[in-house]
Design a protein around this ligand. Structure first.
Ligand code: PLP
Length: 422
């Protein structure tokens, strides 16, 4: 499709957009009284207007029913989390039994490593991408140390090639083969937070499994953004946060995928608590742990219902729209943003470059030549919320549920003025 960098053309795309109406289902922040252009749905998604009602329902039930709310509210709290499994399973390509919601992301990856990183003398190494998200680096380091191992020896990174901004699948595979039967675990961010690259999870998972390692994915930037087929790809485990593309609210609960091959098995170790036991027996307070038959077996504490409420509100919207439509719009709006960026770049004489490779989801990372932070600040003052990563990158994620083509056009105009003024 050939694009045009004009307001009329952008508005025409909006008029043809079947997801356009969902923009009104979200609260937008305002700067100087004007609704912002929001590019940070990859960091904190906007609030769905329905979220407040879902939270208020819990507050009202708590007020009116108190402890009885566990069983007698409209959506009983004791199995409230079960409502999230089915819509989430569709989003990540899993069976509902393979999905649960609990805790937060970094905590869950630690808990999953209790089950899926069990180093032996021979097989003890973890493979990840170089410069993984800091929390992931801290997690892996501390896991390795927890087992009495040396991170320098046990953690292997796959690097980008000199002069390139992305990882090559063949390099990941080569590294997996090189580490071979010393490799215990592959754990990579499926969509890289910095350059927006989508890893070839199917191929990498297969390669990792072939040499006998477990393979897990941190899908913080993947869930609700890209097509996932965790079950079909035979991934061992995965986890994601819900506050980025999934619009569930700051610091909110994390989703977990555990391949069904690990369900209902006595030989799987994990850290356990009463919410992982068979729900029929949960209140019998029996001494023995009888795990749930599904991924809920990994739950430890009773569910944070107030946190799950806005997540459920958001999932209802995902359920209504479906990932196919979200991805179709995402492809188009990201392509339009890319087009606008190239147009502006030509007009201002090569001032920046897009470092995101073609294997991408919703995010374009833009490296600014000699512009820097003052441009970022200019954008913010002029109603465009982006985010800034050292050394000189702004990340732009036009979330398809609430960003418009007109936003992309207007952003281009503001960017051009900003570059010329800085
Ligand atoms: C956002 C993000 C996290 C955040 O972890 P929390 O435990 O939710 O704070 C972790 N890993 C990656 C790759 C992320 O992008």
């Amino acid at each position: 499709m050939s694009f045009q960098n004009t307001l009329e053309f952008a508005q025409k795309l909006d008029n043809e957009d079947s997801l356009g109406k969902y923009r009104d289902e979200f609260h937008f922040p305002k700067i100087e009284g004007k609704q912002v252009i929001y590019f940070t749905g990859n960091s904190l998604g906007l609030q769905p207007k329905s979220a407040q009602r879902f939270v208020n329902d819990i507050m009202t039930d708590w007020k009116d029913l108190a402890v009885e709310g566990h069983f007698h509210s409209d959506k009983p709290w004791w199995d409230y989390h079960e409502r999230l499994a089915e819509p989430l399973a569709k989003i990540v390509g899993a069976k509902p039994s393979e999905v649960t919601v609990m805790n937060t992301l970094s905590v869950n990856l630690h808990l999953l490593m209790v089950s899926f990183y069990k180093p032996t003398e021979k097989r003890f190494k973890i493979l990840c991408e170089e410069k993984a998200f800091p929390s992931d680096q801290y997690m892996l380091n501390s896991q390795v140390k927890f087992h009495g191992l040396d991170p320098d020896e046990a953690i292997v990174t796959v690097n980008k090639r000199a002069g390139e901004n992305f990882w090559r699948t063949e390099d990941v595979i080569a590294k997996i083969k090189e580490v071979g039967d010393e490799l215990a675990l592959v754990l990579i961010g499926g969509v890289n937070y910095y350059n927006g690259q989508v890893f070839d999870m199917e191929t990498i998972t297969k390669a990792g499994k072939q040499i006998g390692a477990n393979v897990g994915w941190d899908l913080a930037h993947g869930a609700g953004n890209i097509e996932l087929k965790l079950h079909e790809w035979d991934v061992d485990f995965a986890a994601w946060c819900s506050y980025k593309y999934m619009n569930s609210g700051p610091g909110n609960a994390s989703g977990v995928f555990i391949n069904e091959r690990y369900l209902n098995r006595k030989d799987i170790t994990r850290f356990e608590g009463w919410w992982g036991t068979k729900k029929e027996n949960r209140f019998l307070m029996k001494p023995e742990f009888e795990p749930m038959e599904n991924a809920d077996a990994w739950q430890i504490s009773n569910a944070p219902v107030l946190a799950l409420a806005p997540y459920l509100a958001s999932l209802e919207m995902f359920e209504e729209v479906g990932m196919d439509a979200i991805i179709a719009k995402r492809n188009k709006i990201v392509a339009y943003l890319e087009f606008v960026l190239h147009e502006i770049d030509d007009e201002v004489d090569d001032s920046f470059e897009i470092i995101t490779p073609q294997d991408r989801g919703c995010q374009l990372s833009v490296f600014l030549h000699g512009q820097g932070r003052s441009l970022f600040d200019y954008l913010m003052k002029n109603g465009v919320i982006t985010d800034w990563r050292e050394p000189n990158v702004i990340r732009l994620a036009p979330a398809p549920l609430y960003c418009s083509y007109e936003d992309m056009y207007r952003f281009g105009q503001i960017l051009k003025k900003g570059i010329l003024a800085n």
